[in-house]
Design a protein around this ligand. Structure first.
Ligand SMILES: Cc1ncc(COP(=O)(O)O)c(C=O)c1O
Length: 373
């Protein structure tokens, strides 16, 4: 049995009739960007996140850059520092540099693999302006502690929730705790468009309005201020398709959680292998199911030999990349250890239970091998 890491055609088949109808509606409307579908999606997405407003933009990277600029956290030409995680998609740091800021990397918590609040506090200096926690793999970062640190030092908190649509411990969704949260709707995400897209959500409606001006940089009001805008519009087709898929998001997240529970249960007794931490119900929406194993490369080859695809998110740490290296950057021992062991196993809502059972069995078989096997 060939087990793909992800097969998006299965998702498409599940909602194909509704997507096709939404597409036809937009094509016939004659309105193709920032129209009624975008407006309706923004309202529905803000409601889903339990916040007052949302602004839809062209990508998750733009969403983070625009949130940093519009909030005033990163000011033009000031080399303002923004603390984030070294274990994330490079886009997180590229958004910070794109906004004109300097990414500073703090270490991660070995259990959650998200930002360690103590390491964040150690990285703060007078140039620090904001913290960008990343809800990595769909697991919410420790927002209570991170918001506490931010409050003590008067820093903005902008959550990178690109992988965490719907992650909700204590009833709080991304965006309800920090100043704003940003999302990506890249096709593979828990809520994915059929192209690129992104959004910022916040309870600060003035911030949302500033972003709506900045996302169309040619807009007269954008040129009257001193802040540079850009072209980052969400188109009507993507908004209409996202509105369809949003109605399935809770169901699909539950499917992810039940497949993760199956893996967790099946892999419980594997002593060398570490499964993802999900200590609070609902705090993990398993954008990715990432295990840690000291023989990661051997496990990956073992799975591949059985037709099972796996991936590594991410094979490198951002503070070690030439683009982001700085003399002042400290070593980050936890991230530097963890990055050698992480492996993403296939998991998506349309994955069949028998496929997950086969993956778990293959992992267990690897663990049972004797060194000479
Ligand atoms: C954690 C994280 N941040 C930011 C982004 C950037 O989103 P986009 O690809 O929509 O620009 C991504 C997606 O790749 C991501 O996974």
């Amino acid at each position: 049995m060939l087990i793909p890491f992800l097969d998006l055609t299965r998702q498409h088949r599940e909602v194909e009739a509704e997507l096709t109808a939404a597409l036809a509606r937009v094509m016939q409307s004659g309105l193709y960007t920032l129209g009624p579908e975008v407006e309706a999606f923004e309202k529905e997405w803000a409601d889903f996140c339990g916040v007052r407003g949302a602004a839809a933009v062209g990508s998750g990277t733009d969403a983070l850059a625009l949130a940093l600029i519009a909030s005033g956290a990163v000011r033009k030409g000031c080399r303002d520092e923004v603390i984030t995680s070294p274990l994330t998609a490079a886009y997180t740091a590229l958004a910070i540099t794109g906004a004109g800021g300097v990414p500073v990397f703090a270490d991660i918590d070995p259990r959650t693999l998200t930002l360690d609040p103590q390491s964040v506090e150690e990285a703060i200096n007078p140039r620090t302006r904001a913290i960008v926690p990343v809800h990595l793999y769909g697991r919410r970062a420790d927002m209570t502690s991170l918001c506490g640190v931010a409050e003590r030092y008067n820093l903005a908190v902008i959550e990178d929730a690109a992988q965490a649509h719907g992650a909700a411990p204590c009833g709080k969704l991304p965006g309800a705790c920090g100043l704003a949260a940003v999302f990506s709707f890249y096709p593979t995400k828990n809520l994915g468009a059929c192209g690129d897209g992104g959004a910022i959500v916040s309870n600060d409606l003035a911030l949302i309005e500033r972003i709506k001006t900045l996302r169309q940089g040619g807009h007269a009001t954008a040129l009257q201020g001193k802040t540079e805008g850009r072209n980052s519009r969400l188109d009507e087709v993507q908004a209409a398709l996202l509105r369809v898929k949003l109605r399935y998001l809770d169901k699909w997240n539950l499917k992810r959680q039940s497949l993760a529970a199956l893996y967790n249960e099946a892999l419980l007794k594997q002593t060398a292998l570490q499964t993802p931490l999900a200590d609070e119900p609902g705090s993990h929406v398993y954008h990715l199911y990432v295990v840690q194993h000291p023989k990661r490369e051997g496990l990956r080859a073992h799975l591949a030999a059985r037709g099972i695809e796996s991936m590594i998110h991410y094979p490198y740490l951002l503070h070690q990349q030439p683009l982001f290296q700085r003399n002042e950057q400290r070593r980050l021992p936890t991230a530097e250890r963890v990055v050698k062991n992480i492996l993403s196993l296939p998991l998506y809502p349309q994955m069949r239970v028998e496929e997950a059972v086969a993956v778990a069995k293959a992992v267990r078989d690897f663990e049972a091998l004797k060194p000479q096997d």
